[in-house]
Write a protein of this length. Structure first.
Length: 252
């Protein structure tokens, strides 16, 4: 009888040892499970974060692809009687004497835009070279190695200096050359105001307005500049449409 009890006790002890071993294994497995689950959760969170970052980057890339660099950089509009480019007024009136620093800045932006449009078309102007240089932009007469300043300073002496007028007439000629270059590939292209010998014609009235400031009223000069910016805006729209086509081809 004692032998049987001893065997039973030993068997119970053995079972207890097995139970304790199972419990230790179970505890170890649960610890490992918790560890791997936490690692999985962290990895999953990181994956979702990366997916969000990738999605954001893709959205930004798509947005950039849809963004037109010319429209984003150059904004041509109007403020009353004035044409404006990037909020700089081009012109001046007796009732609104715009500071020459603003007019010069507007000319700088205008020169930069026409230069950029011509560059986009791989087109070089005949006779002239536009040099955008902020408030002191100028036009170089290539054959004569002569500089025409696209900026003014006001004052009596300035009014008798014809170089500024010559620069504005040269700029109009460059814009006309740009128009003719576009027409070679698009016969339907036109500018709203006809350019002819330093003047812009309003087809609605038949009146022409000189781009020169000498022997001209500020009102007529300012109107001519407004017409010039309108023409330039049409050129900007045309080049932008070609730019958009190229982008769509790249995206597709």
């Amino acid at each position: 009888m004692q032998e049987e009890e001893k065997d039973i006790q030993e068997e119970c002890n053995g079972q207890e040892n097995v139970k304790e071993s199972f419990e230790r294994d179970e505890e170890r497995y649960w610890k490992e499970y918790s560890k791997y689950r936490n690692e999985f959760i962290l990895i999953e969170d990181e994956r979702r974060s990366l997916e969000c970052q990738l999605s954001y980057a893709q959205n930004q890339l798509d947005k950039l692809k849809r963004t037109n660099v010319f429209n984003a950089t150059f904004h041509i509009w109007h403020s009353g009687h004035f044409g404006t480019i990037n909020n700089f007024k081009l012109g001046r009136l007796p009732s609104a004497p715009v500071d020459w620093s603003e007019i010069n800045a507007a000319w700088g932006q205008t020169a930069l835009l026409l230069t950029a449009l011509a560059h986009k078309m791989n087109f070089s102007f005949s006779k002239f070279r536009l040099v955008p240089y902020g408030n002191h932009s100028y036009i170089e007469v290539v054959s004569e190695q002569r500089i025409l300043p696209l900026y003014g300073s006001g004052g009596f002496r300035f009014l008798w200096d014809t170089k500024f007028d010559a620069a504005m007439v040269a700029f109009l000629e460059c814009l006309q050359q740009f128009k003719e270059e576009v027409e070679k590939g698009d016969s339907g292209f036109c500018l709203p105001y006809r350019i002819d010998k330093g003047k812009l014609e309003d087809s609605a009235t038949g009146h022409s307005f000189s781009i020169k400031i000498q022997f001209n009223s500020e009102e007529q000069w300012t109107k001519a500049l407004k017409f010039l910016l309108t023409n330039l805006k049409w050129g900007l729209a045309w080049v932008s449409s070609q730019f958009a086509k190229e982008q769509n081809e790249l995206i597709s």
